[in-house]
Design a protein around this ligand. Structure first.
Ligand code: BEZ
Length: 256
């Protein structure tokens, strides 16, 4: 695992709310199981860590929670604020809250945070004793087909991309949670082949910009097209739908 600058938004991956709406809405649309695991109660103070454009934050508010969203992307924070939500631009590795929340919630964000011990320490500080940390992220084996095909296409050009995501096993993340002062109630890997709104090339240009960064912009479309062809047998279904080989890591932990 490479270490990106912990103080900054990962510079290779940029988010835009309009593109997110068109190409990535499925990420929050599939958030129901982790919301159910959180089981937010009216009046509870909840921190939404990596809130993105606030689609799930909005659902937490609708359930009666008092929610603050934080995200490292200024554009996504602006998107969340445009929904009327309280949102701050903050790196998840730099949380500054002190015992202010009954729960910390996170969906599809922790895998971008390459210093998980710092995240866990910040979440621990942010929670009251007995508070819960409930999250879903990419887990071990997540998008292995897609990332593998991208690595092979770069390798054929004599190039490599820095790893900018972290997909841990339950054993690894669970041990970090325990070491960080949490009791782990549940943690497991959930293979979830995920239907995409377009083809896997759209997924790559939305979610895997770090793999394209080593190439000059004019050479990126050819690499993406090559990778789409390489992945067609594994990821394009007989129904004409592309599915990403997602594996989720979902957990619920209690602050000691
Ligand atoms: C995910 O949500 O699993 C994911 C997001 C971006 C890149 C890779 C995986």
């Amino acid at each position: 695992m490479s270490q990106l600058d912990a103080m900054a938004e990962p510079s290779l991956q940029q988010w835009h709310p309009e593109n997110y709406e068109a190409k990535a809405r499925f990420v929050s649309d599939l958030g129901a199981p982790v919301l159910a695991l959180l089981d937010p109660q009216p009046g509870e103070r909840v921190l939404d860590l990596g809130c993105g454009d606030g689609a799930l934050t909005e659902q937490l508010v609708a359930l009666g929670a008092r929610v603050i969203g934080v995200d490292a992307s200024a554009a996504m924070v602006a998107g969340a604020r445009a929904r009327g939500l309280e949102a701050q631009m903050l790196n998840g590795q730099e949380l500054k809250f002190e015992a202010g929340f009954e729960a910390v919630f996170s969906n599809a964000a922790l895998h971008w945070m390459l210093q998980p011990e710092r995240v866990i320490a910040g979440v621990h500080r942010a929670l009251v004793p007995g508070g819960r940390f409930v999250a879903e992220m990419g887990g071990h084996g997540n998008v292995a087909e897609i990332h593998g095909a991208l690595e092979r296409a770069l390798d054929a050009r004599g190039l490599r991309a820095p790893h900018d995501t972290f997909f841990p096993t339950p054993e690894h993340y669970g041990a970090m949670l325990e070491a960080g002062g949490f009791g782990v109630e549940s943690i497991s890997l959930i293979p979830r082949p995920t239907p995409l709104p377009g083809d896997v090339g759209d997924w790559i240009t939305t979610f895997a910009q770090g793999f394209l960064a080593p190439l000059p912009p004019e050479e990126r479309p050819a690499l993406v097209a090559e990778v789409v062809e390489a992945l067609r047998p594994q990821l394009l279904g007989a129904d004409g739908c592309w599915r990403a080989d997602y594996v989720r890591l979902r957990f619920r932990a209690i602050r000691r």
